[in-house]
Design a protein around this ligand. Sequence first.
Ligand SMILES: [Zn+2]
Length: 211
Amino acid sequence: MTNRHEILWSPRVSLAKIRQFYIKEARGICDDELIEEVGIGLLARCQSIIEFTEACETGRVRCMRCARQGQSTIIQRNMKKPSALLQCPVCAWQVRWRIYKSESEKADGQLHGGHALDAFTRYMRVYPKCQTREEKIIAIDQLIHEFHWFLIKENQPAKANKPAGVNLLQGNIRDVFNLLNELTYGEKTPPELIARKKWWLEQQKKKAGRK
Ligand SMILES: [Zn+2]
């Protein structure tokens, strides 16, 4: 018996929504509703990424059925057995690990946090504490301009690889790059966003120089 249909993850945020967010922000007319929609959507997605990554890396699997009831139950899987049965001691939800993994990999976009996990974790910590709209905008902007980092040699700074946006935003790597490169800002844009864009372009230049 399997309860695989209960394996559900938060979707990626649409590129159109992000574009709209920046266009409105540049004009100084980004409403709180849109900020929250993007901010909370990214938060839910980060939660899914962290949860799945943890299940893969540490074997701590959060019960999907309990989670829907607002309860957090961790099932420790046997990491040595790819087919180990995950069984929730609280609600009896059960699924084999290989099913959990394959269903999750079929889900919307890349779920494994890879070398951008710190960025997702930081956003999870920062966004819920943001008080003002400007703080929220800066947190969102920072998250979607992150990269998966690439360590070439010990003692050398890591290099940017693919954008962390591939985990967060709909579309392929090219779509995400194009969107972020095309973003333009207005007079009311916070200076942090302009500095971040400059930084983002510099990382890409270094990346190109590597080849
Ligand atoms: Zn459960």
